[in-house]
Design a protein around this ligand. Sequence first.
Ligand SMILES: [Zn+2]
Length: 458
Amino acid sequence: MPIKAQAIRKNSQTKKLSIQYPQIKNFLTSLTTPKKVLAVLAVLFVLYAITDIISVDADAHTNIDFDSVRQSQMVPIPPTPLMSFAESGLIGSEQFINKVVTVKKGQTLSGIFTDLGLSQGLLLKIAHFNEDSKKLVKVMPGNDISFTMNQAGDLVQLRYQSSPFEELVIHNDMDQISTELIQHDQQIRLVSAEGTIQNSLFGAGKAAGLTDNMVMQLANIFSWDIDFVLEIRSGDAFSVIYEKIYKDGEYLTDGKILAASFTNQGTKFEAVYYEHEDGEGSYYAADGRAMKKAFLRAPLNFSYISSNFNPKRLHPVTKRVKAHRGIDYSAPVGTPVYAAGNGRVTRSGYNKYNGNYVFIQHPNGIITKYLHFSKRAVKKGQKVKQGQTIGYVGATGMVTGAHLHYEFIYNGVHRNPRTVSLPKSKPLPDTVMPEFLTYSTPLLSRLSDLKEQLVAMN
Ligand SMILES: [Zn+2]
């Protein structure tokens, strides 16, 4: 589109020049030789300047980002690229006072207006002016509001970033209010990264150019299949395709992961982000089964292993062989512990062996137990959701150090929560599968290509 528009414009320029050629020729023949030389140089300079402008323009408009999924709408090129005086910032010669207020917790718009010497009447007028101006009322702590006042202290302009891609501008001209919504150009580019773990997942993520937040996002996708606290090994590998969001061409933030794979101790897991008919997106395996399952593999945030699951080990305190029917997650005091699945709290108490402990009853005869909390966060009888914080790692009860003791009991039998086979999630309906596969197959094959590149590099 823009290339075509540019070509048309270029043609019209050339046409204009050819019309002017006879006049230039006549003009030149009427001149004396030294003047002729100067005039020729001047004409050449003008021609050079025009062609230069054209070429710069062409570059600026043909720079299409082919990597974008959702490209911003291409805007037709305006006939005159001149900037208006208002746009260039030259609005009269009056001096204005500019104040940027960062909204603090507990601070109200009313309070901010008072602090700036602006009337409550004006605030009311703005708040009720129209649908756009109402957006100002939704201001949150941490947001910036920029006020421009004249020498008399009257509000002239107010600017507020009502969303990452939308700015509300309220103009006030002698109590005549008008509003303007400036939409910023949003671009989403797809980026890929891959890595192999040597020492830590976060270290590998960093080496691959991922933020810690992106590494957490990645781990969360696979948190129903992989125990990221105890099961990560050197040689585990990941690849990921994710969004980078740009505002007006400048990097703003990372978006979501569209596809990812994680190879844990030789087992490869893959996931694709897919928006089902209701518009709500979540992650699915290549076979269309939801990544989200009834139980998390590790019911807490990352840390490192203190002991493996072992049914016959010496109890660290009593020193006698006692079946250790759970799993110990060594973690700093205060690390939040999550409910591994949805359920109801059947016990929330304290004794000298367990310290602070919580038991949860889940559907299908499954019970999970969590011991040695520094602090409990739920009460007996309370309903809990998967991922909800139920307590904090501590060293209460019979322990040698801070850790979470976690048990998984199925129909009265203790199971190793790290290896117990859990029910598979339901696949997408058959009617959706063709669409899902059309979408997911190229993404997953691109992930595999990344992996191959990595292997080739090593
Ligand atoms: Zn234990």
